[in-house]
Design a protein around this ligand. Sequence first.
Ligand SMILES: C[S@@+](CC[C@H](N)C(=O)[O-])C[C@H]1O[C@@H](n2cnc3c(N)ncnc32)[C@H](O)[C@@H]1O
Length: 180
Amino acid sequence: MKSKLASALQYTKHFATTGAISETSREVEIEICNRLDANGKIFVEFGMGLGNITQEILERMPKDAKLYSFEVKKEFCEKVREKITDERLIIINDGAENIKKHIKEEVDNMVSSMPFTFFSKEKTDQILNASKEVLKNGGHFSQILYSKIHYKKFSAAWDACEMIKTSNFPAGYIYHCSKL
Ligand SMILES: C[S@@+](CC[C@H](N)C(=O)[O-])C[C@H]1O[C@@H](n2cnc3c(N)ncnc32)[C@H](O)[C@@H]1O
């Protein structure tokens, strides 16, 4: 409870970048990871924040896999480095838009909780295009958003998309997108 309150304060303090006033719910952590490939080797997370979804991804990943987690806030990167000591986790203190600078391998799965609502069309297009380039055929890109408004854009960018509504309040929408 104390740590939930501490993380809520952190997200609220940096609202312009996080677009959030608290970390995502347990239900979202589970649903957003439901398409992860249990035999995958390379996983990518955008918007690591304080690492709650990161932990869920690590729990589901094979022992010899790697997780690249992108986060623009240096302070959050430092906190997660202290909190999660797992050698499969590679924290990248940079924006998701620069993914191709950091990752040269083909990616099995991508999970994102970034606030696309705050991004320009150019930045959104750049991230979605680069993600599609690095993702393997048959791979999934799963995104949590608190609005259905972006679904059309995501559906146009990916080969297939499905939207799952969560039961918590405010309702979240998880877009499970795939590259065929
Ligand atoms: C809504 S918070 C989600 C945090 C956490 N993963 C969760 O689910 O509770 C979004 C996170 O995305 C980060 N972020 C914003 N723009 C980003 C970008 N261009 N690249 C990577 N991370 C970004 C924010 O700093 C913030 O930590």
